[in-house]
Design a protein around this ligand. Structure first.
Ligand code: ADP
Ligand code: MG
Length: 253
């Protein structure tokens, strides 16, 4: 075993975050985050607005530069200066709150674009793979539709297919349903459940507590730029030992 004192295991863990700090100017918004995510694990991050959840995810694919600390993805440190960011982002899928498909491209075109540009697949290979992932998110029949012809939930599912198609080592979801009309939330969460069932390693920021309870292997509660507690969904969301978390849960009910 290569397990270390803080409970991480380089052979098992896909993502290891060590003492992650991030400041904007002189405001420190991440104050030392430690977290390891094992292969196939779904970790859900919850916490109040402004607690640093998005900043933490954004550091994992270097959309933000950490001020201090290390992040290791798939055994490779990604916080060094010489990291190839394109290669890194191919290994890390990200789905954001806002939907950001190219409006002038079909669903198929949106999914194939990154595969052709970033992963260098031929059109035929990319098309075949894209159809497979569109089918996975239940949108095989919408391959030739443009974003404007799709509902918000369908667009977000195309975004998930696009990220999945690069076959990343980990998928990061930052409140993927919070911009959707309530009746469209379920279909996106269902696709995320499938993603988990396929064995994808996932880090999910969400306010959907039922999803967190049912799908998370572990829940991380962030507060003021720190991890206040980590545990099973039951430990964190059902019988939290911190008053701070109990207050949060009561507000979201
Ligand atoms: P959360 O996702 O938990 O709501 P964020 O990570 O978005 O929290 O933000 C954490 C804190 O960092 C907030 O106070 C936010 O205003 C601040 N922040 C985030 N991004 C920036 C930025 N680019 N410049 C300055 N402050 C930022
Ligand atoms: Mg956020």
């Amino acid at each position: 075993m290569t397990a270390t004192a803080n409970g991480t295991d380089a052979a098992r863990d896909i993502v290891v975050i060590e003492d992650l700090h991030k400041s904007f100017g002189n405001v420190e918004v991440l104050k030392g985050i430690d977290l390891a995510v094992a292969a196939g694990e779904a970790v859900v991050i919850v916490g109040s607005s402004g607690s640093g959840k998005s900043t933490c995810l954004r550091c994992i694919n270097r959309l933000e530069e950490p001020t201090r600390g290390r992040i290791i993805v798939g055994g490779q440190e990604i916080t060094g200066r010489k990291v190839d960011l394109n290669a890194l982002r191919r290994r890390i899928g990200m789905v954001f709150q806002g939907i950001n498909l190219y409006p002038h491209m079909t669903a198929l075109g949106n999914v194939t674009l990154a595969m052709r540009k970033v992963a260098g697949l031929s059109r035929a290979e990319a098309d075949e793979k894209a159809r497979h992932y569109l089918d996975l998110v239940g949108l095989a029949h919408k391959a030739d539709s443009y974003p404007a012809q799709l509902s918000g939930g369908q667009q977000q599912r195309v975004g998930i297919a696009r990220a999945m198609a690069l076959e990343p080592q980990v998928m990061l979801f930052d409140e993927p349903t919070s911009a959707l009309d309530p009746e469209l939330v379920g279909e996106v969460l269902n696709v995320m459940v499938r993603t988990k069932q396929l064995g994808m390693t996932m880090i999910v920021v969400t306010h959907e507590m039922q999803f967190a309870r049912e799908v998370a292997d572990r829940v991380v509660f962030m507060d003021g730029g720190k991890v206040l507690d980590v545990g099973t969904p039951h430990e964190i969301l059902v019988e939290p030992r911190h008053q701070r978390i109990r207050d949060f849960i009561n507000r979201t009910r």
